[in-house]
Ligand binder design. Structure first.
Ligand code: PEP
Ligand code: MN
Length: 346
């Protein structure tokens, strides 16, 4: 018979427990072949123990010195849950921070199209105070006849933009066959909405040593998004950023329905940073500012926004890209709102 699928336990150390006592518990867990994840929180140190029920049952966990309580982890997600890691995670990329009071402001074109478009956009985005530069090299398009991205040539242009502006690069990985190329040039690996449940791809980036930005699937629940993050964390990469980018509903007035309720729920359920993509949700540039305002107000840890020097000529997502000439004003408003919410632009 298969063993119980949720054998995970949370070991809460007493307020006065020493780090030796915590190490002792961890050592016993490892000896028994159980994974241990220690989180030294502001309130208490907790150890997440993840392994077979039979193995865990062999350990007298409650009797170890310094242990206050042993509780089952009730949620299906473990490593990404607030239960296991009570304090918010801050992800740092080249000195830019995101999470726990640091607001990540990511902007750039939908697709990298040509050198000047990319560099011009990167310069404006950097001067406007953004913390990272986005741009698609491999594009997931609904039509096989649409522009599919420049691939490796785009990655090289992104590298050039980084060399000039210093902004870390966020770009999408669509296929495990591109992992080497993308890892060579990207600072944050984006997993697109359409790949949120591509479990082999998630495991692949879970073994990478770069942060991962996971976008919520078009028809995925909050729990499914958290489970996608769990796939990455389980492989050892706990530097995951979650992104709400709108879901498919009956509503046609916007391209997707921006689910801000999900952002509020995610902030409670996970210690990982949660950001919002207002561009793909809106589908039109006049709604990007109001949706961004709402994202800041609901407590998002950042936004990722599309902007293009000449959106009418863009090879993808033209209608939703903010005109580059208007971007500095947009950025000013976001910075002011983030400050109002007590956040520092990372
Ligand atoms: C994108 O960021 O350009 C993109 C394709 O996003 P999504 O996967 O959310 O549709
Ligand atoms: Mn796009």
């Amino acid at each position: 018979m298969a063993s119980n699928p949720s054998p995970e336990l949370l070991i809460v150390m007493a307020a006065g427990a020493t780090s030796d006592q915590t190490e002792h518990v961890v050592a016993r867990l490892h000896e028994a072949g159980v994974d241990a994840r220690v989180s030294r929180g502001r309130e208490a140190t907790v150890i997440g123990a993840i392994g077979e029920r039979e193995l865990l049952a062999t350990l007298p966990l409650e009797g170890y010195p310094g242990v206050d309580q042993v509780l089952p982890i009730l949620k299906p997600y473990k490593l990404v849950s607030r239960e296991v890691v009570p304090d918010p995670t801050v992800i740092e990329v080249d000195g830019r921070r995101i999470g726990d009071g640091f607001f990540g402001f990511i902007a750039g074109p939908c697709s990298v199209e040509y050198r000047e478009q990319t560099l011009e956009t990167a310069r404006v985005v950097a001067a406007a105070g953004c913390t990272m530069f986005r741009g698609g090299a491999f594009k997931p398009r609904s039509s096989p006849y649409s522009f599919q991205g420049l691939g490796v040539a785009a990655l090289e242009l992104l590298e050039e933009a980084k060399a000039e502006t210093g902004l870390p690069i966020v770009t999408e990985l669509m296929d495990p066959r591109h992992v080497e190329d993308v890892l060579e040039h990207a600072d944050v690996i984006q997993i697109g909405a359409r790949n949120m449940q591509n479990f082999l791809l998630l495991a692949e980036v879970g073994r990478a040593d770069k942060p991962v930005l996971i976008k919520r699937g078009l028809s995925s629940s909050v729990e499914e998004l958290l489970m996608a993050a769990e796939y990455v964390a389980k492989e050892g990469n706990e530097r995951v950023i979650l992104c709400e980018r709108g879901i498919r509903t009956f509503e046609r007035a916007t391209r997707f329905t921006l689910d801000l309720g999900a952002v509020a729920v995610l902030k409670q359920e996970t210690h990982l940073p949660v950001i919002v993509d207002p561009s793909h949700a809106a589908g039109r540039r006049d709604l990007v500012l109001p949706l961004s305002r709402a994202a800041v107000a609901v407590g998002a840890d950042g936004i990722i926004v599309e902007t293009h020097p000449r959106p009418e000529e863009a090879l993808s997502d033209g209608p939703q890209q903010i005109r580059l000439a208007e971007f500095p004003e947009f950025a000013q408003e976001i910075a002011a709102l983030a400050a109002l919410m007590g956040k520092q632009i990372g």
